[in-house]
Each structure stands twice: as C-alpha cells, then as structure tokens.
Design a protein around this ligand. Structure first.
Ligand SMILES: Cc1cc2nc3c(=O)[nH]c(=O)nc-3n(C[C@H](O)[C@H](O)[C@H](O)COP(=O)(O)OP(=O)(O)OC[C@H]3O[C@@H](n4cnc5c(N)ncnc54)[C@H](O)[C@@H]3O)c2cc1C
Length: 440
C-alpha cells in the first residue's frame, strides 16, 4: 500500500494541471490514471503517420496563463482563422447557417425568414433550449437546424434541455443578417464564438499538455474502483490501494459515486448520480490518399439520416498530422440511452465512408487507405432539466466528505480544455491553502 499526501484521480487536462500546480508548490502528490496512457480526452493517436485526436480538439482560449502553458508544451504553435461550414440536404452552406440560408429551397428560406420576423415580434417565454431556439431563430429554422442538430449531438430533444450552457456558443442573428444571408452565399462577418484557434505543429493536440508532464507522479493502469471516505482509502482494479490526506477527482461524477463504499452513500446521493446524463461517442478516423478534401477545418451536419453530427480534417490543422500528400477526416457519431446507435461501432466505418461519398468529400472508395472506429464512453455532459438539481445534492455531499472535484466530468460541466486546466489549478490551490503552503 502506498501513501500519497494528495491523490489526483485522472491524468487529463484537469488532473495534470492540479498535480503540476501541487508539485510546483512542493506538495507530495500522485496521479492515478485508469488507462495505460496519460492524457485523458486530450490524447492524440498515431497510426501509419496519421495523427488523430480524441474528437476534434483546437484551442481558442483567451486565458493568458493557459496560452502560455500550451505554448511551452507544444513549442511550435500554429494559429488559424477558423474555417467552418455546414451540410444540409445536399447543400454546403457558410457558417453560421442562420446567417447563410442562400441556395436552399426558396419555400424553406421564406418560412425561416417569416418565422424569424414573427419570433422577433413575440415576447419570448424561455424555459427550455427549444424555447430559446424558437425565440432567437424562429420556428422553421429552429426545427430544421438546431433542434435536429440537438438530437444528433446532445442525443435528446431540445425541449428536454436547459439554456444555462448556451452563453456565446450560439449566435442570435439580426433581421438584416438573416435576409442578407439568404441573398448572398457568404456575407463575411465574425459570427462564431471561435473565430481563431491554435493547434500544436507536432504531436497532435496532446502536445499542449507536455509542459505539465511529470512522469514521476504518474501511476498508470490504476483504475479507482473503491473509495473509503472515512478511511481515506483508494482501492484500484489491480487490487492495490493507497491512502490520501487530500483527494482531487476528475473521473466522471456518476462513476465516482458508484466507487464510494455503498455504506457511506445516502440513497438521495445515489439517485442524484444516476440522474446525470452524458453522451457517448463513436469516432470514425478515415485516412485518405489525397489532401484536397476541403478548404474547411470542420463542418456540422444537420441531416438526421447521416450518422455523424460533425466532422473535421486533421490534416488541415497541421501538415505533421498526415504523411505528405495525404488527407484525413474524423467523424463524430453520438449516442446515449435516449438515442442508441443505429449502426454498431464495428460497422460504422463502412457506413461513414458511404456517407462521405454521397456528400462529395470522397470521390471514390478506393482513395480510403483505412477507416476505423473508436469508442469514447464519456463525451458531452448533457444539460437536461435534471442536472442542476442532481448537482445540488452531489456537491455538498462530496465537499463535506473532503472530495475536491475538477475537470469536465468531475465538475459535470461544459468545460473546454482551458476551463478544465483552470479547475485543476483551483482544486490544487484549495489543497495548498489548506496545507498552509505558499502558492506555486
Ligand atoms: C468530442 C469533444 C471535442 C472537444 N473539443 C474541444 C476543443 O476543440 N477545444 C477544447 O478546448 N476542448 C474541447 N473539448 C473538451 C475537452 O476535451 C475537455 O475539457 C478536457 O479534455 C477534459 O479534461 P479532464 O481532465 O476534465 O477530463 P478527461 O480528459 O476525461 O480526464 C479524466 C481522466 O480520468 C481517468 N479516469 C476515469 N475514471 C477513472 C478511474 N475510475 N480511475 C482512475 N482514472 C480514471 C480517465 O481515463 C481520464 O484520463 C472536447 C471534448 C469532446 C468530448
């Protein structure tokens, strides 16, 4: 049995940031990671010279401390203006779709504009994300675009979602923009919350984490399966165990609650953990013999008969992501208990290649060098109407029992990588303050 002063569970952005901050302040800590590799969702995978991330990952943080950390890790950082597009019923339309209806069925465009005008004239009563979409875009656009996309990406109906995650992620257009976008294919303008982004030149997105890598702190292949709160004891799947003085958890909240000794978990806490919803994801990585697949970095797909919600081109992020002259695309197929997979993960590569041919991204099946699927159990924390109430039960229980949480799945929030890093730093600072140490 080992004994870590501070145990950090998980080696993603949040866990690595927490441990780096603790070690910098001279606090003894260990990172326990279930997988044989570090990096969590920000791992990058290489095969035959093709680099794929764990879903599309680019950095658009404005936080100076995180930018500096990522620059130190990657050494060479590339910066791009984001070039995004949308696919809707055989049409490619400029992003964002609400400002670029040009070229679509005239009846649909007319209905979108008429409904937009009606919505603007109606005082909004917004209780759900669906209400928000109708109030901001009008009923026809809402139904055909964000509500259809919600089913594909969030795996539930927009009416079942809250609005507390929206922030600047969706652009509410002005009437002039909707009308002009129906008349010209691209009206320019800076509509997306993400207009510029950064990406490491070499090694995929994971390189951004390298400045936090302290191999001596990593305990890989240590999946936490039992947490004794009173004893402050961690037991791992391989049978080993460890004691801690302070604990920072970045593993998914429902799994954390299930790992706690059942005698220490009130029923209300167990029920709250069971109420949390997260989507899962099958990623389909496709290695392609040519590079001229698209001028865009990524695209959204609204058609519900196409399996994937989004796709991106890793070779457009760095030349080092592919062998010379080759191209690559990665597609995201989301599912959950509310939206089971229509096609098994094993069969998805074949289906996806057929869909890419139909969409015109591929010209010929022969240009596919290989295609594979990878399963990601935890993808997007779903902001359904249960989430806030469930967190209100879980948070005090964990705080009272000395469990600090961090990261996208520990905080159960819509964290980008910078939020995850900062949450790791915050948790570490709480420990440092509790120990009465000066900060890092
Ligand atoms: C598809 C997708 C695309 C994204 N795109 C972007 C983007 O473009 N830009 C951006 O900034 N952010 C993006 N994000 C968000 C970003 O991935 C997260 O904010 C960040 O990676 C979360 O880091 P984390 O450390 O909180 O969690 P994770 O990376 O999930 O780390 C948690 C770690 O805990 C480990 N673990 C789990 N259970 C146990 C256990 N029982 N015992 C021990 N270890 C355990 C896991 O293996 C994992 O390594 C995206 C997320 C997804 C899903």
């Amino acid at each position: 049995m080992s004994s870590a002063s501070v145990a950090v569970i998980g080696s993603g952005m949040a866990g690595m940031a927490a441990a780096d901050r603790l070690a910098g302040a001279g606090v003894a800590c260990e990172i326990f990671e279930a997988l044989p590799e570090w990096g969590g969702h920000t791992r990058s995978f290489e095969r035959d010279g093709f680099v794929f991330d764990d879903g599309p990952h680019v950095s658009f943080t404005k936080d100076e401390a995180v930018r500096e950390l990522f620059t130190r890790g990657a050494e060479q950082v590339l910066e791009f203006p984001a070039n995004i597009t949308n696919y809707f019923r055989t049409h490619w339309i400029t992003h964002p779709a609400q400002c670029h209806l040009y070229g679509l069925d005239p009846d649909l465009v007319t209905a979108c504009i008429a409904d937009f005008v009606r919505a603007q004239a109606t005082p909004p009563k917004v209780e759900t994300y669906q209400d928000w979409c109708v109030a901001m875009f009008g009923k026809t656009f809402a139904e055909n675009f964000p509500q259809a996309y919600t089913r594909k990406y969030w795996t539930i109906e927009a009416a079942r979602m809250s609005t507390d995650w929206v922030g600047s992620r969706m652009y509410p257009p002005k009437l002039e923009e909707v009308v002009r976008g129906a008349l010209v294919p691209d009206q320019g303008g800076d509509f997306h919350y993400l207009s510029k982004f950064r990406y490491p030149e070499k090694g995929g997105f994971q390189s951004f984490m390298r400045a936090m890598l302290r191999p001596e702190l990593l305990r890989l292949g240590k999946k936490l399966v039992r947490l004794g709160l009173a004893q402050k004891k961690l037991t791992f799947a391989d049978g080993s165990s460890s004691h801690y003085e302070h604990l920072i958890c970045t593993m998914p909240l429902p799994e954390l609650i299930r790992a706690i000794d059942p005698s220490e978990v009130p029923n209300a806490v167990r029920d709250a953990a069971d109420a949390l919803l997260c989507s899962s994801l099958v990623l389909v990585d496709v290695a392609i013999a040519r590079a001229d697949l698209s001028k865009h970095h990524w695209f959204y797909v609204y058609d519900e008969d196409i399996s994937f919600a989004r796709g991106h081109f890793p070779h457009m992020l760095s030349d080092y992501n592919v062998p010379q002259g080759r191209g690559s695309v990665q597609l995201e197929v989301y599912h959950s208990k509310h939206k089971p997979l229509e096609t098994s993960a094993a069969m998805l590569p074949e289906r996806v290649v057929g869909e890419l041919l139909k969409m015109g991204i591929l010209r010929d099946k022969q240009e596919v060098l290989w295609a594979r699927s990878r399963e990601v159990q935890y993808a997007n924390v779903v902001f359904d109407h249960q989430r806030t109430a469930a967190l209100a039960v879980l948070e005090p229980f964990l705080t009272d029992n000395g469990v600090l949480r961090a990261g996208r799945y520990g905080d159960w929030a819509y964290h980008w990588t910078d939020d995850s890093v900062k949450s790791g730093w915050r948790a570490a600072d709480q420990v440092i303050a509790a120990l009465g140490r000066p900060g890092a």
